[in-house]
Design a protein around this ligand. Structure first.
Ligand SMILES: Nc1ncnc2c1ncn2[C@@H]1O[C@H](COP(=O)(O)OP(=O)(O)OP(=O)(O)O)[C@@H](O)[C@H]1O
Length: 269
């Protein structure tokens, strides 16, 4: 039996001026799996997933999501995808419910189904009890779960998450993944995630791709990639063995900057 492909990318390329951000990426993500794109800052992960999520242009034929060419049928592709960006997407002045309602309208959830869809999304991330409070009163983990609800309200077949747990403490990180796992178990949703947290990728992802300087250097299950390197090896070791670079050292754009950006956005909001 052939497996249904959730995402199929061929020869994906993107440049920003002189910077080649994505340099010939091929990806096949099977329906229902959790696929992790791993790499240091600047590797090209965000650019790749933004192209898949139709937020940056891709050449015709370069990306299909469940068989839909994102270049030729952008709106149809968009209906299949929920996207949680790295930057804050929740509005701290709105209540949890209003934040999710906004996305329900943006994603054309039919009016008659909207209320139920918003309730279900809030429940699925465990925020139904606090839905009438403004997001400004939420903890970092709750804000991330709210952003998850925004992406889930349109019942996407593919959930794309850019660093979903960055800056969260281990308990809040576990809380975010529990919710994702519950939705997956109920719906069979496919998940494409970028993360720096290697032990999280190891635990949560069915398969991972190691990305470095715009290219994918290795792809497989976390176990396959680790055991290629040695019996005690971690994914971090696998990354170093493949690219010659440590994950945290490749560019000056540190993870701390992203954490700080999320904190500031919350304070300002
Ligand atoms: N809007 C932009 N304008 C110019 N260059 C950009 C832009 N966005 C990304 N780049 C550059 O493209 C390259 C890939 O960036 P990208 O954000 O895709 O990497 P990443 O792996 O997602 O890193 P991070 O973990 O920091 O998000 C980097 O060199 C980055 O500086």
């Amino acid at each position: 039996m052939t497996e249904e492909l959730a995402v199929c990318c061929e020869g994906l390329r993107h440049r920003f001026g002189d910077t080649v951000a994505v340099d010939g990426v091929d990806l096949r993500i099977v329906s229902g799996e959790v696929f992790g794109l791993l790499g240091p800052n600047g590797a090209g992960k965000t650019t790749t997933i933004r192209m898949i999520a139709t937020l940056l242009p891709a050449a015709p034929g370069a990306i299909e999501v469940f068989g839909v060419d994102v270049n030729r049928r952008k709106l149809a592709a968009r209906r299949l995808i929920g996207y949680v960006p790295q930057q804050l997407s929740a509005d701290s002045a709105l209540t949890g419910r209003e934040n999710v309602e906004l996305f329900a309208r943006l994603f054309d959830v039919p009016r008659a189904q909207r209320r139920d869809a918003v309730d279900a999304a809030l429940r699925s991330v465990g925020l139904d009890d606090v839905a009438e409070r403004t997001a400004a009163t939420y903890s970092g983990g709750m804000v991330r779960r709210l952003e998850l609800a925004q992406a889930l309200v349109s019942a996407p077949r593919l959930l794309v998450l850019d660093e979903p747990t960055i800056g969260l403490d281990p308990i809040a990180r576990a809380g975010v993944w529990e919710r994702i796992d519950e939705v997956r178990a109920a719906t069979g949703m496919t998940v494409l995630v970028t993360t720096h947290y290697m032990e999280e990728a190891d635990r949560q992802c069915d398969r991972v791709a190691l990305m470095h300087r715009g290219r994918i250097h290795r792809e497989g299950t976390p176990l396959e990639l680790r055991t290629e390197v040695g019996p005690e090896a971690t994914l971090e070791d696998a990354f170093r063995a493949v690219t010659g670079d440590a994950l945290g050292e490749s560019t000056g754009e540190g993870m701390r900057d992203v954490r700080a950006a999320r904190r500031v956005a919350r304070r300002v909001g």
